[in-house]
Design a protein around this ligand. Sequence first.
Ligand code: 5GP
Ligand code: MN
Ligand code: MN
Length: 477
Amino acid sequence: MAVKLVEETPYRFRIDPVDGMRVPGVVFASRRLLPDLSNDQALTQVANVATLPGVVEASYAMPDVHWGYGFPIGGVCATDIDRGGVVSPGGVGFDISCGVRLYTCDLDRSRFAEVVGPVMDGLARVIPRGMGTGGVWTLSGRDQLDAVLRGGSRYAVERGHGVERDLDRCEDFGAVADADPSQVSERAAQRGMKSLGSLGSGNHFLEVQAVDAVLDERLAEAFGLRVNQICVMIHCGSRGLGHQICSDFVARMERVMPAYDIKVPDRQLACAPVTSPEGQAYLGAMAAAANYARANRQMLGQAARQVFEKETGRTLDLLYDISHNLAKIETHVVDGEERRLCVHRKGATRALPPGHPDLPPDLRDVPGVGQPVLIPGSMGTASYVLSGVEGGPAFASTCHGAGRALSRHQAARSVRGAELRRRLEAQGIAVRGASARGLAEETPEAYKDIDAVIEAAAGAGLARPVARLVPVGVVKG
Ligand code: 5GP
Ligand code: MN
Ligand code: MN
């Protein structure tokens, strides 16, 4: 598909419908951040997504958009459930409910500097990482796995791995409804048994950060953030279990598409009607994987909390936990009418407006305070906390990171791991874990400029920046 962009505002670009597109494409970005149309397929993918049955409004791209499996990463698309709308595993991604959680700690940067060694060594000891290394929680069998798949962080907290307040500060209060463990294949379950409470590979991390700047005093206060404060950010997902579920359902939907008379421009967009048996089975399995991912972050957060309590005498308070790879059934007004939609966010996070009933109870009634949005940048640059805003476009969504600028391979060729480690340490960032190659693949230059991405997200009215955080210690997957 030949993609042409029309600049609507400095932060909003449109792709008019051509070749089977049912709705336009809308790209929230700045000129500087736009993918290069001559050698980047990400915007073609935005156009491809606009051909899906039942798609409404537009196929959206966030400022961190980059190429992904079928759907771009940094993409949002919603389909109308009652008008033949489809659900597509590729629109969620392989790492189902991959996401980020952020804890605040009542500790200043200067005080942390005195204990950085023992804290980072403690974290490196308790946080399993890399491929197939086992997890913090060894499950007793399939029954207990199914309890995790149904209960998510809630089940973890019930079993003593965390406190009730953690759940108030989780998207969906810790567990997605309608999980159906019976749709999780034996193979997926096998892969999930041994990795609950583990980071996984390279792009996943546990990072100690310091608040570098407060960008909105009132929101920062509501979120409990102040300058120089120490925070802990965790990024991980559903490990092999989620990956296997995605693979299982891509194959299954590819087989049934002809029966529903669905044609897509790219096989990787394999999908089925939300109301079909295959659509329902996928959503049940996806919800199960989402709960696994949430329990995973809960377990790692609890392990980090224990290290902080032991080494610093201070605990960790959860600010928020948010997914950036998920499909959700939500009601939104489209063309003046309330519709039930299946909103796919892949490499994009939900950003609820102030006053929304799904906000944490203690933030719900604070005027002007929206959902906390967590946007990591890279291990050598900044990360941000934002807030959802009134009337946010793209079904109240925003970006999920800086977004990749270089492939892993390109990144690994651009720098030597040992040299990068020295550079980060010289910048005052303690590095633990990660092989030299793994580190090089994640070099800050592999990602787009996070400050420019946040400026575009704010400029496009997607969310409001609250605080800028910088890394002081990182445990890499
Ligand atoms: P993804 O879920 O697409 O793998 O990654 C989300 C985002 O995390 C990336 O777009 C990137 O901006 C960010 N990121 C990757 N590695 C790190 C890291 O080590 N530290 C921080 N703060 N952010 C990272
Ligand atoms: Mn992931
Ligand atoms: Mn992720």
